[in-house]
Design a protein around this ligand. Sequence first.
Ligand code: FPP
Length: 248
Amino acid sequence: MDNKEQLIKEKLPQHIAIIMDGNGRWAKRRALARIRGHQKGMEAVKEVVKSCRELGIKALTLYAFSQENWKRPKTEIKGLMRLLKSFIRSELAALKKNNIQVKSIGHLERLPEDVQAIVKDAIEDTKDNCGMVLNVALSYGGRDEILQAVAQIVQKARANNFSLAEINEEMFSRELYTAGLPDPDLLIRTSGEMRISNFLLWQLAYTEIYVTEVLWPDFKKQDLYKALIDYQKRQRRFGLTGEQIGDR
Ligand code: FPP
């Protein structure tokens, strides 16, 4: 059964962030190599990107590779980099056709040069697209992102001699990798873990969190709709009382 009809168009999130977890467990359950889980996970990425675009979601941020992931076995890292390249190679035409803008957050410069080149080309090739932002977190760490924002501000403070009172949330947000994007309204994490794993620490301050037991390679558009239906039932209060936001 399709649960898409239950969605209220006016109440869809603008920005969805996803921690795509469980590829390894998916493979292990089938006695396959971990990379096979990542391969299948890439199919889920395609389905979710397509579904978000169809729904008119404005931004989708995917946690594809964290800073901590560099500690994984070399063969797995190599396999993930290969998958990322093949994803861009095979999907770039479709991304362009669907007016999707590719962006990345994190230390892109730490990726192998061939991967960097292909990601940068995709970013450049899609920079004028305005249908949806597909934001891929690569060699990303939330604490590190905050620290580099602090460093930028200190540098600017020294150069321009501005006062501490001028430092506010807007100014800080402009120094983050996500500058220009709204904060995520919804964070989805697959495979049941209840943590945010150093993802978008600043930006998730008021984000609704949805955790599903479904492993990422098994995550289908119906699972996305389920998360969205759950999100639409929530009351987002941003620190206000229920009465203040019109709840009776
Ligand atoms: C977490 O599963 C998944 C990752 C670290 C990588 C996600 C990568 C992809 C889905 C493929 C490529 C991505 C793009 C955007 C093209 P895990 O290995 O931590 O699973 P486990 O916790 O079960 O071991």
